[in-house]
Design a protein around this ligand. Structure first.
Ligand code: ATR
Length: 481
């Protein structure tokens, strides 16, 4: 069940938010503490204007809410609102001891959610905390903040440790907790809070959870896949794989995992039986020691972007290699590519250079740090030079590949080689996919060059991963980023 958190300033806005998201959710939580004070008297009108069960909450500041008044006043307001409106649940913090108030709640057949928050980490006595919260017959709720993959393991094991507690709410907050929200069913949580406003808690929107991840359809048979990286939440790979799984009716989900420690992630992968995962920066080399098998490309390039379970081993694959080269195949078929200039000598550049090398292309590597260009050139029998001398290579190649981060993020306005001039006959390929048209490609376009976009490589490497994950070709669907 997805639970929409209604935390606007007015009841009118809360109602609008409810109906905007009605199609995706099964329950809603009204947060009194977020409302303007004068709106409190209108809360009962909300219960008449929505058609799903409601949780009543007035969160104190110490628990991440906005309530600044006294405890006496808070309980008094909660009681008044319970008298007037129709609520199914009330959320009360674990340290609140008001037997009279609790007796009143029970007399109205409203269920108590007994909540515990930790914004600093995950307590080691997590399981006994949950058991204690559940001991009075209330629904235990723990919202904790995983900071390492080991914390995630603790959270994901709740379900096997405490399977006898059927109704419970388990939430991992913050960026590392995002995977526990998407996989809330695997964590054993009866619901997952969501909102269109992130509130810095790692909340996802109801539409994304429902339409993209189909989180509420996860069951015991769902195969888990994902992407590991740091950072990772900006990854667009979930938008490639999840719709692909859905289109071929494969019961699987693809989740971003923010990973600080690769070794711990391989442990987590056993705990929740992950079937395969994509690997992004900075873990493409760190995963190598854990692979039982690897393809020739992984060994050549020395980095791995795809890991799949094969029998009892983890197999490493590098789909960047083919993802890069596939969009160029028509130009190889028409024999247009003989010489190439590659800008950059980092990890991305290695896959590019080996892929070109294996096609018999003569390569010159241009890099800011000339020693790095030299080392890679020696290994791949290429030429090299400093990026400073880029002008010398104007008009001397059929293909120019840009592999540095210059042109994206904070460096969106940068051109990595402004002195390198285009004749207009070259194919110019930029690995950056956001923005679609980098400053470098824009200049190439103005000169009449043929362009290859980073998004083509991204989609291609994703489709190849999909084949490794599922054994099926990627379906012919429109990928929406
Ligand atoms: P990746 O593994 O994604 O390729 P990387 O290993 O950090 O990332 O490599 C980034 C490449 O971009 C390197 O070639 C780097 O040049 P250096 O070897 O001199 O570091 C290049 N790069 C990064 N920032 C740059 C800048 N401001 N100007 C020129 N080149 C830059």
């Amino acid at each position: 069940m997805l639970c929409l958190t209604l935390a606007k300033k007015t009841i009118e806005e809360d109602i609008a938010d409810f109906w905007k998201n009605r199609a995706y959710i099964g329950i809603a939580e009204i947060r009194l503490d977020a409302l303007d004070f004068k709106e409190l008297e209108k809360v009962s009108s909300l219960t008449n204007q929505v058609d799903l069960p409601l949780i009543l909450t007035c969160r104190r500041k110490a628990d991440g809410g906005f309530w600044m008044g006294t405890e006496k006043k808070r309980i008094q307001i909660l009681k008044q609102i319970l008298e007037l409106g129709d609520f199914s649940y009330i959320d009360i913090e674990s340290d609140v001891k008001r037997p009279e108030f609790e007796a009143f709640i029970k007399s109205k057949s409203i269920q108590i959610i007994r909540s515990f928050h930790d914004f600093e980490g995950v307590p080691l006595d997590l399981y006994s905390k949950i058991s204690k919260l559940a001991s009075k017959g209330d629904i235990p709720k723990i919202a904790v903040t995983p900071k390492t993959v080991y914390d995630l393991i603790l959270i994901f094991k709740v379900e096997s440790e405490l399977a006898s507690i059927k109704e419970k709410i388990i939430i991992g907050m913050g960026p590392m907790g995002v995977c526990t929200r998407i996989l809330y069913k695997k964590v054993g949580s009866m619901l997952c809070y969501c909102s269109d406003d992130d509130m810095n808690l790692g909340l996802l929107s109801p539409r994304i959870l429902s339409e993209l991840y189909r989180a509420d359809r996860v069951n015991a048979k769902t195969h888990i896949y994902g992407v590991i990286g740091n950072p990772v939440l900006q990854s667009v790979s979930p938008q490639i794989h999840n719709p692909g799984f859905h289109a071929i009716r494969f019961n699987a989900i693809y989740v971003p995992f923010l990973v600080d420690n690769v070794r711990a992630f391989f442990h987590l992968a056993e705990v929740i039986q992950i079937f395969g995962f994509s690997v992004t920066i900075p873990h493409k080399i760190d995963v190598l020691p854990y692979l039982g098998k690897s393809t020739r490309e992984v060994r050549l390039i020395g980095s791995c972007n795809t890991v799949v379970r094969k029998m009892n081993l983890w197999k490493g694959i590098n789909t960047d290699y083919y993802g890069f080269i596939n969009p160029l195949l028509p130009y190889f078929d028409s024999e247009q590519i003989h010489e190439a200039v590659v800008i950059g000598a980092g990890g991305a550049s290695r896959a590019v250079i080996w892929a070109l090398k294996n096609r018999g292309v003569k390569i010159t590597i241009l890099n800011r740090t000339v020693e790095k260009a030299k080392a890679l050139a020696l290994e791949t029998m290429s030429n090299y030079d400093s990026l400073e001398n880029a002008d010398k290579y104007s008009g001397r190649s059929d293909l120019i590949v840009q592999t540095t981060p210059l042109g994206m993020g904070e460096k969106v306005d940068f051109d990595p080689a402004p002195k390198l001039k285009f004749l207009g006959t070259e194919i110019v390929y930029d690995l950056i996919y956001k923005p679609h048209l980098t400053k470098f490609l824009e200049r190439a376009n103005d000169s009449g060059c043929t362009l290859c976009y980073g998004i083509d490589m991204l989609v291609e490497q994703g489709k190849l991963q999909f084949e490794e994950f599922t054994g099926y070709h990627y379906p012919s669907i429109n990928i929406v980023f």
